[in-house]
Design a protein around this ligand. Structure first.
Ligand SMILES: NC(=O)c1ccc[n+]([C@@H]2O[C@H](COP(=O)([O-])OP(=O)(O)OC[C@H]3O[C@@H](n4cnc5c(N)ncnc54)[C@H](O)[C@@H]3O)[C@@H](O)[C@H]2O)c1
Ligand SMILES: O=P(O)(O)OC[C@@H](O)[C@@H](O)[C@H](O)[C@H](O)CO
Length: 386
């Protein structure tokens, strides 16, 4: 199997690329960072440090890389059996034109072999969104061929991978031992690739929402409350009992929506939350609040990990105070190095906090929830670190 993976970053090297290579795929990374591409091509391998109760170092060998902005990537796309991505939700639109070029070339050459594409991003049905972008770039005359030959397979991906702590080997990644990759088995074209570590489901939406609206909801509340309390890492923040209680409650409040919507077993979901709290406290990982808190406008978006669960609590008439607290803390997030944090603070300065909140989340300005968030923001904003 020839696999092309877009995004040789933390999750690309530490999870999806590792899994592809270990399954025997001929693996090529495509990345826009030229020095990363050069380093991968020079080393042809990298180390993955798997940390937890037991430590292990895996060497991922026999890999190469291509500049995702160069014409060479088009030919790699043409030849691939499986294309995966871990580039960030906002980048999918940017790589769609290149994907369309590679697919067009493949179709022009009369190649009708099945190919599958899986976006491994923290978003609901990211691959389906990518398909929409690809269709915008692909001439209409190839749309039927795309439907016939290319499977766009949605997935849920879970493994905490902070940027590596070691400075001496820039390619090494450190990952937690837990990992979960669940894909929608109904969307493949041709044979489903056999890969240890890739689970199949015909009910993907439940698993995507379970992951995004539990782990990522808890993660972001930890990050923004931790930031307000002056912590640097997720582990420090979750070690603060008061923060831990709010984070747990936020996951429980979001979780109750998931239990009602998808029929998850309440007790098992409680155990899932406990396990996640343990993962946040992993003593072997240094996960900066800055990484987890990145892009607050995306995190506050209507379909994302704070607003969507909040809307669910309204639908089922459930408590939501911890989710509101997390959203108020998000509005307090300042980071001069994060363009979305700067933009959010710019909106607050220009339009006031209520309008900024409504722009970011889509909440109605006259809603009770918006009023409560603003009230909590006023109380919390006094604590914003200098
Ligand atoms: N790190 C985690 O713990 C984790 C876990 C699960 C899911 N995810 C998701 O995986 C995705 C990637 O996250 P990450 O933490 O690995 O980020 P990252 O920043 O470490 O990696 C992203 C990579 O994409 C590359 N890239 C950017 N634009 C590109 C382009 N146009 N073409 C090709 N490559 C491009 C960057 O150079 C970088 O190497 C995100 O959607 C994230 O939500 C991350
Ligand atoms: O990647 P983001 O920015 O959507 O979210 C930050 C973290 O919550 C995320 O990367 C988690 O570490 C990951 O989702 C764990 O599976």
């Amino acid at each position: 199997m020839r696999a092309l993976h877009f995004g040789a970053g933390n999750i690309g090297r530490g999870f999806i690329g590792k899994l592809l290579a270990e399954s025997g795929a001929e693996l090529v990374f495509a990345d826009a960072n030229k020095s990363l591409v050069d380093m991968l091509n020079q080393a042809k391998e990298y180390r993955v440090n798997v940390v937890g109760e037991e430590h292990q170092v895996d060497v991922i060998a026999g890999i190469r890389a291509v500049d995702a902005t160069s014409p060479a990537v088009v030919d790699e796309i043409r030849q691939a059996d499986l294309i995966t991505t871990a580039v960030g939700p906002q980048v999918l639109e940017k790589i769609a034109g290149t994907l369309a070029k590679g697919l067009q070339l493949r179709f022009e050459q009369g190649d009708e072999r099945p190919m599958n594409i899986i976006a491994c991003e923290n978003m609901v049905r990211g691959t389906s969104q990518l398909k929409g972008f690809v269709l915008q770039h692909l001439p209409d005359s190839y749309h039927a061929k795309l439907e016939q030959c290319v499977g766009f397979v949605d997935s849920a991906v879970d493994r905490i991978v902070p940027p590596a702590a070691t400075k001496d080997d820039p390619l090494e990644v450190t990952v937690e031992s837990f990992s979960e990759w669940i894909v929608d088995q109904t969307q493949f074209k041709g044979d489903i690739p056999k890969m240890a570590g890739m689970e199949l489901t015909d009910n993907l939406i439940a698993f995507v929402e379970r992951k995004l609206f539990t782990l990522n909801t808890g993660h972001i509340v930890t990050a923004y409350l931790g930031n307000l309390a002056g912590y640097q890492t997720i582990r420090e923040a979750i070690g603060d009992l008061q923060i831990r209680q709010t984070v747990k409650r936020a996951m429980e409040q979001s979780g109750e929506v998931l239990v009602r919507r998808y029929g998850f077993d309440r007790q098992l979901h409680g155990a899932y939350i406990e396990k996640i709290l343990g993962r946040f406290a992993n003593p072997y990982l240094v996960d900066e609040i800055e990484r987890v808190g990145r892009q607050p406008l995306r995190k506050l978006g209507p379909q994302d990990r704070l607003t969507k669960p909040l809307l669910g609590t309204l639908e089922y008439n459930l408590p939501n105070d911890a989710l509101l607290e997390g959203m108020a803390a998000a509005l307090c997030y300042r980071n001069a190095a994060d363009p979305q944090a700067v933009e959010l603070q710019g909106w607050i300065a220009e339009f006031g906090v209520l309008e900024a909140l409504c722009r970011a989340t889509g909440l109605a300005a006259d809603s009770a929830e918006a009023a409560k968030i603003v009230q909590r923001y006023q109380a919390l904003s006094g604590q914003v670190p200098a």
